[in-house]
Design a protein around this ligand. Structure first.
Ligand code: F6R
Length: 241
C-alpha cells in the first residue's frame, strides 16, 4: 500500500485527479469506479477543468459508481446520480449510456444488486476504483458488521452514517435509511484502488484502516490485503498515525 501525505484537501484532490487522469488516458478497456460525497468532489473539479482545457477526453470511458441511496429517484437532488451529473458527468463529454449507478428508485433490492454485480463482472470489472472513507471505517456503504459482505447488496445505513450525511439534507429524518452498494468482494476485485481521506474526522478510521487488525468492524481494513492500493491523505486525516 502506498500512502501519500499531502498538506490539505486541495493538494489531495489534485494528486487524485492526476491518477484518475492517467487511468483515463491509459485506455477505456476497464471501467473507472467512482465515488460520491465531499471527498472526491475536488478531484472531479480538476478533471472537469482539464477536460475544458482539452487535456482529457471522456468519450470512450465507462464508469461504475459504488453506491446509491435506496428509495430516491435520479431527479432527486440528493441522489448520487444527481451528484455525479452536477460534479462530473454534466461537464465532460462522457456518454450517458456509459455511466452506471445502481437504480435507487427500484424497490426490488435483490434484482437491483444481482444485476449490478453481474454488469460489473460481465463487462470486465473495474480498472481503478476511487474510494472515500466513512468516519466509521466504511467503504462504499459497507458498514461495520460481523462479516464482510462479498457482492452488491442492500444495506441499512449505520446511525453514525446517517448522522454524518445529514449535512447534505434539510433534516436527519430526510436521510434515506438504506442504500445499494458494491460489496467488499466487488471492491476488492478492482485492479487498482485509490482511497482519499481529508480532515480530522477521518483520522480515527484511517489509523484503524492502515494499522489495525483486518476486521469487518472496520470494513476499510480489508484493503490491507489488496495488491495495489494508493492512499492520499492530508495531514489532518493522518494526525493519529
Ligand atoms: C460514497 C461512498 C461513501 C463515502 C464516505 C465518505 O459514494 O461510497 O463511502 O465515500 O461516506 O463520505 P464523504 O466523502 O462525504 O466524507
Amino acid at each position: 500500500m502506498r500512502v501519500y501525505r499531502v498538506k490539505d484537501y486541495d493538494e489531495m484532490s489534485k494528486k487524485a485527479a492526476t491518477i484518475l487522469a492517467a487511468q483515463i488516458v491509459s485506455g477505456p478497456e476497464k471501467a473507472l469506479g467512482l465515488a460520491t460525497g465531499s471527498t472526491p468532489a475536488g478531484a472531479y473539479r480538476y478533471l472537469c477543468k482539464w477536460y475544458q482545457e482539452g487535456i482529457l477526453d471522456f468519450s470512450e470511458i465507462r464508469t461504475m459508481n459504488l453506491d446509491e441511496y435506496r428509495g430516491i429517484s435520479r431527479e432527486d437532488s440528493q441522489s448520487y446520480y444527481y451528484f455525479m451529473k452536477e460534479n462530473l458527468f454534466g461537464h465532460v463529454n462522457i456518454k450517458e449510456e456509459n455511466t452506471f449507478i445502481p437504480d435507487g428508485e427500484r424497490e426490488d433490492a435483490d434484482a437491483v444488486c444481482r444485476e449490478y454485480e453481474a454488469l460489473i463482472q460481465s463487462t470486465g470489472g473495474v480498472g481503478l476504483q476511487l474510494l472515500g472513507l466513512g468516519r466509521n471505517g466504511h467503504i462504499g456503504f459497507n458498514e461495520p458488521s460481523d462479516s464482510f459482505i462479498k457482492e452488491c447488496h442492500c444495506v441499512s445505513l449505520a446511525l453514525s452514517t446517517i448522522e454524518a450525511n445529514k449535512r447534505f439534507f434539510e433534516n436527519a429524518e430526510d436521510v434515506p435509511r438504506q442504500a445499494y452498494t458494491m460489496g467488499i468482494g466487488t471492491i476488492m476485485s478492482a485492479e487498482k484502488i485509490l482511497l482519499l481521506a481529508s480532515g480530522e474526522e477521518k483520522a480515527d478510521a484511517l489509523s484503524r484502516m492502515l494499522g489495525g487488525p483486518i476486521t469487518p468492524r472496520v470494513p476499510a481494513s480489508i484493503l490491507q490485503l489488496h495488491r495495489d492500493v494508493t492512499v492520499i491523505a492530508d495531514e489532518a486525516a493522518l494526525s493519529k498515525i
